[in-house]
Design a protein around this ligand. Structure first.
Ligand code: SF4
Length: 403
């Protein structure tokens, strides 16, 4: 930079016209001239399960731009900060672009041939010494279906072991079981469109403002679609950004979400707010479910477990159950609740009993079943039966996982 340029920059005369110049792009209108792409490649954001459609701009063979796909029904042309920086990840300096093998304590780049040979030899040596089960494979939800299939076959037939797991087990295995037992299929019954149509939206264990901000767009559309603002319920032990959107914020104690949901079932059934015709036509096991809930989740007890007072529990149940159209959405805050291995025997408490002790509450609160969707007849105590609904699920109550 010349002395004159430096002086101009220092005095604020240099507005860096060239650096910030814009040019016309046939798809996106104005784009930065410095990185105007030669072409756009249509793709899907790879960061989270919301599934936003996007275009990556390519210039001289490099990814230089990320733009939301205006025609995509999920994100309608927008991207969250993670999606907007997608192209940066492709060329990040810290990205491992070549195989590395540790030699004398240091990771050093090697050829693919050397890496494959070394890996194969090491697997063979370990298995020869300790048996086939001495190796294991952990995969990731970022794999595509075909890659999952390949890796499964490699592990089963190549390595000849069934020691195979992935983060998807933590994320979704419990949810899949819950859905299968409840609806007969592991497909969620809701869709993003529900956010713009529901009168009441209940978010549980889900911080969409931080983690899935694109979904807020669908909530914003609600007022336009229905003509009035939806009631938003946020159930979360933390005061998250999402809780700032809430009309009703429910800061329950950690690990008490299942007790809360079963407690709401209790109140809905006690008050006769359930949809009897729907239950009769589309579910089975309801009598046992009702008996179990009424024996185990009186509001006083649920208030002890969750830390949410009885009046709020009734208000919550009323708001949700009496809505014209209600939906619930959840994420890993529900799935990944820490489980306590102790299970208490079925309680014989009734509504008239005094509040339970804190120790007992702690024992009853979470269970390995705590990941199941709330319309399922699961509970903090042993899980004696499934309540199943025949698809399609409840017309006005949706339950949507956001991955
Ligand atoms: S919400 Fe953000 S991270 Fe998730 S798919 Fe959309 S742009 Fe990507």
């Amino acid at each position: 930079m010349s002395l004159i340029e430096k002086a101009k920059s220092f005095l604020g005369f240099d507005i860096k016209e060239d650096k910030y110049a814009l040019v016309d792009d046939p798809i996106f209108g104005k784009v930065a001239k410095a990185k105007a792409p030669d072409k756009w490649v249509r793709t899907t954001c790879g960061y989270c399960g919301v599934g936003c459609g996007m275009y990556i701009g390519v210039k001289e063979g490099n990814a230089v731009y990320s733009k939301g796909d205006p025609t995509h029904p999920v994100n309608m042309g927008t991207l969250c900060p993670k999606g907007l920086s997608e192209h940066e990840m492709v060329r990040a300096d810290t990205r491992v672009a070549r195989p590395l093998v540790r030699k004398n304590g240091e990771l050093v780049p090697v050829s693919w041939d050397e890496a494959f040979s070394k890996t194969a030899e090491t697997f063979k040596r370990i298995q020869a010494e300790y048996g086939k089960g001495a190796v294991a494979v952990i995969s990731t939800g970022q794999l595509l279906t075909e890659e999952f299939y390949m890796l499964g076959k490699f592990t089963q037939l190549g390595l000849q072991t069934n020691n195979y797991d992935g983060n998807t087990t933590l994320c979704m295995a419990s949810a899949v079981m819950g859905y299968k037992q409840t609806f007969g299929s592991d497909g969620p019954v809701g869709c993003y469109e529900d956010f713009s149509k529901a009168e009441v939206i209940m978010l549980i264990g889900a911080n969409i403002a931080d983690n899935h901000p694109i979904l807020k767009l669908h909530i914003q559309r609600n007022q336009k679609v229905r003509g009035k603002k939806p009631t938003i319920i946020v159930i979360d032990p933390r005061k998250s950004k999402t809780s700032q959107m809430a009309d009703i914020f429910v800061p329950l104690k950690p690990r008490s979400d299942l007790a809360l949901l079963n407690g709401l079932c209790y109140i809905i059934m006690e008050q006769g707010w359930e949809d009897e015709a729907f239950i009769k036509a589309r579910t089975n096991g309801y009598r046992e479910f009702r008996k179990h809930i009424m024996a185990n989740y009186p509001p006083q007890e649920v208030a002890q477990i969750t830390g949410i007072d009885v009046k709020t529990l009734y208000e919550l149940a009323r708001t949700y159950a009496l809505a014209e159209s209600a939906m619930s959405a959840w994420t890993m805050g529900v799935n990944q609740s820490l489980s306590v291995p102790i299970r208490s025997p079925p309680s014989t408490t009734s509504r008239s009993l005094p509040a339970i002790s804190a120790k007992r509450a702690a024992r009853r609160c979470p269970s390995p079943d705590s990941a199941t969707p709330w319309v399922h007849g699961s509970s903090g105590s042993p899980h004696p039966f499934p309540v199943t609904a025949i698809m399609p699920a409840m017309p006005t109550v949706r339950n949507l996982p956001i991955l």
